[in-house]
Design a protein around this ligand. Structure first.
Ligand code: PMP
Length: 357
C-alpha cells in the first residue's frame, strides 16, 4: 500500500480506518447479503445507516428537533440556486457577502431568483480577508444573509459565527464540522460532503423549521426543501451517505467538534508558524482571516513555486498546487488530514527553505 501525504482541496483525504471498514464490508454489508450499493434505499439495513448518519450530525452539532437534516444531490453548486429559489421571494432582497469565487457563484445564481444586495466584498484586495461584520451594508429587511464560512481557493475563513438581524444561510462546504458552531443565528447550512465529511455525491443541508416555513411554495419538486424534509422522496446517494455515516462516527470517537477544532488549530499553526518565521514563504491572506482548512502561500518566484511542488511530490507530499486561477501553494488540511502529514509538510518547508532560501 502506498498512501501519500494528501493535501487535496477536494475531494479530500478520508480517514484510513473509514476506508478499511468500507473495504471489509464491500462485498457483503451486515446481514444484507450484498453490498450497500446493491440494496434498496428503503431496506432496514440502509434505513439504519441513514438514521445513524442523521443522529451523528444531531449529536455532533447539538441540533434540536427544530432542525431538518437532509442529504441531497447536485453539490454545493446546486445549493447556490436552490437556497435562493426557495427563500428569495418576489419583492424581497437577500444579502450576500462576497469573499471569493464560490461566493461570487452563489451571488450569480441568486440573481436569477430576485434582488441581491452585496453587503460586503473583499474582491478589491484579491479576497485576502474576511470583511468584518460591522462593515457590512445590510439591507433593511433581507430574506436572509448568505456567507461562505471558508474560502477554499483563497484560504480565508470566518473564525466566529456572524451575528445579524436576519437568518444566516451558510455555504460551509470546506469547513463543515471542523469546529463547534453557534447555531442560534442560522436558518440553513449546506455543505458538499467531499472535503470534511465523506466522498463526493452527497450534499448535507441543515434547515431550521421556522425558516423553512418562510419558503416560497410551488417550486419544482426536486428543488423544494419541504419535499425532502417531509420524507425520503427519491433514491438518495446511498454509498456517499454510508461513507458519511462512518466519517461522522470517526469524528465522534475522536471526541467531537471541540477536539477536532483543537486538532485543526494545532495542524494549521505548524504551517503558519513556518511561514511567519521565514522571509522566504509569503502568506497570501491577512493573518486574522487565515483558514484552518486551506493554507495558501507563495515562494519568492513562480519557478520556486513549481520546484517546491515537484520536490514535495517526489517525497510523497501531493496535491499542493494552488487553484488554477490563483497559483502558488495551497495545502488543504481538512479534518481527515493527519497531523503526521502536516508535520511532514512543515519539515519539508524548513528543509526546502534551507536549500533554496
Ligand atoms: N463552495 C465551496 C466553498 C467550495 O469549496 C466548493 C467546491 N470546491 C463549492 C462550493 C462547489 O461545490 P460542488 O463541487 O460540490 O458543487
Amino acid at each position: 500500500m502506498n498512501r501519500l501525504h494528501n493535501f487535496s482541496a477536494g475531494p479530500g483525504a478520508l480517514p484510513l480506518s473509514v476506508l478499511e471498514e468500507a473495504r471489509d464490508e464491500m462485498l457483503s454489508f451486515g446481514t444484507a447479503g450484498a453490498s450497500v450499493m446493491e440494496i434498496s434505499h428503503r431496506s432496514p439495513e440502509f434505513t439504519a445507516v441513514l438514521e445513524a448518519a442523521k443522529q451523528h450530525l444531531r449529536d455532533l452539532l447539538g441540533l434540536t428537533d427544530e432542525w431538518h437534516v437532509l442529504f441531497l444531490q447536485g453539490g454545493a453548486s446546486l445549493q447556490f440556486y436552490q437556497t435562493a429559489l426557495n427563500f428569495l421571494g418576489d419583492g424581497q432582497t437577500a444579502d450576500y457577502v462576497n469573499t471569493g469565487a464560490w461566493a461570487s457563484k452563489a451571488i450569480k445564481e441568486a440573481k436569477r431568483c430576485g434582488n441581491v444586495n452585496v453587503a460586503a466584498s473583499s474582491e478589491e484586495d484579491a479576497f485576502s480577508y474576511i470583511p468584518p461584520v460591522d462593515t457590512w451594508k445590510l439591507s433593511d429587511n433581507p430574506a436572509y444573509v448568505h456567507f461562505t464560512s471558508n474560502n477554499t481557493i483563497y484560504g480565508t475563513e470566518f473564525r466566529t459565527d456572524p451575528k445579524v438581524n436576519a437568518p444566516l444561510v451558510c455555504d460551509a462546504s470546506s469547513d463543515f464540522l471542523s469546529r463547534p458552531i453557534d447555531l442560534s443565528g442560522y436558518g440553513l447550512i449546506y455543505a458538499g460532503a467531499q472535503k470534511n465529511i465523506g466522498p463526493a455525491g452527497a450534499t448535507v443541508v441543515l434547515v431550521r423549521d421556522s425558516f423553512l416555513q418562510t419558503a416560497r411554495k410551488g417550486v419544482p419538486t426536486m428543488l423544494d426543501y419541504s419535499v425532502h424534509a417531509a420524507k425520503l422522496f427519491n433514491t438518495p446517494p446511498v454509498f456517499a451517505i454510508y461513507m458519511v455515516e462512518k466519517v461522522l462516527r470517526w469524528l465522534k470517537d475522536l471526541g467531537g467538534l471541540g477536539s477536532m477544532q483543537r486538532r485543526n488549530e494545532t495542524k494549521a499553526s505548524m504551517l503558519y508558524s513556518q511561514i511567519d518565521s521565514s522571509g522566504f514563504y509569503r502568506g497570501t491572506v491577512q493573518p486574522e482571516s487565515r483558514s484552518l482548512m486551506n493554507v495558501t502561500f507563495r515562494l519568492p518566484s513562480e519557478e520556486l513555486d513549481a520546484r517546491f511542488i515537484s520536490e514535495a511530490k517526489s517525497q510523497g507530499l501531493v496535491a499542493l498546487k494552488g487553484y488554477r486561477t490563483v497559483g502558488g501553494i495551497r495545502a488543504s488540511i481538512y479534518n481527515a488530514c493527519e497531523p503526521d502529514s502536516v508535520r511532514a509538510l512543515a519539515d519539508f518547508m524548513a528543509e526546502f527553505e534551507r536549500v533554496n532560501g
